[in-house]
Design a protein. Structure first.
Ligand code: SF4
Length: 212
């Protein structure tokens, strides 16, 4: 786990607007790099530490704050966000100091594991919601944005209620002007399969991008 003082993040993807990665409309940042090797990983492209692109904290901060009138917060997923806990902590501190945006983080670590690691001290100080615990492929998905039922939602501030987190839609479909189709959402396994099938039957006029 890297909790160093680098001012860069290695990112896998960024989505300016999403309704299925936390409450309300949110920007989503997927980080690149994960050593957890969960069987049935839902985002294997985010595992290699040399993939994605390296972006400065300043650039990510500018990208997010330029959207703040249209979003209520950001969600951070992976990969494993805690592999880049140092620069993320700095990004969160700046966002909370300068904006009203909320912050939600998905991690494979449990809350107890995070609390026990000195390198992660301060990481949760500006996080509103933590969805924590390893993805277990054999487990049924939980409600809303919960990838496997063993994962826990921790409300670390008073910004949200549990009902609101669990009521997040499971999947969304975006069709971009160029024909690219983006599916996002961590649950809704049957719905996602049906959407992929429909896309192929339609002749594959656009790329299908799965952003879980
Ligand atoms: S933590 Fe997420 S990205 Fe990493 S191996 Fe598990 S499912 Fe895949």
């Amino acid at each position: 786990m890297c909790a160093g003082l680098t001012r860069q993040l290695r990112i896998h993807d960024f989505m300016p607007y999403s309704m299925v990665n936390g409450p309300g409309c949110r920007s989503v940042l997927w980080l690149q790099g994960c050593s957890r090797q969960c069987p049935g990983c839902f985002n294997p492209g985010a595992q290699p530490f040399d993939g994605g692109e390296t972006v400065s904290i300043d650039e990510i901060y500018d990208r997010i704050t330029s959207l703040q009138k249209g979003i209520e917060g950001i969600s951070v997923s992976g990969g494993e966000p805690l592999e880049q806990a140092g620069p993320l902590t700095e990004l969160f501190r700046r966002i909370k100091a300068d904006t009203e945006l909320s912050i939600l983080v998905f991690t494979g670590y449990t809350l107890d594991q995070i609390a026990a690691l000195p390198a992660l001290r301060g990481f949760l100080d500006n996080v509103d919601v933590l969805v924590a615990g390893p993805f277990q492929c054999g487990e049924a998905p939980g409600p809303g944005l919960i990838g496997s039922a063993n994962q826990q939602v921790h409300l670390l501030t008073e910004r949200y209620q549990l009902d609101g987190i669990l009521a997040v839609p499971e999947v969304e479909l975006l069709v971009l002007p160029g024909g690219e189709i983006i599916i996002s959402g961590i649950g809704g396994g049957e719905a996602l399969s049906a959407l992929r099938t429909l896309s192929r039957q339609a002749g594959g006029g656009g790329d299908l991008v799965d952003r879980t």
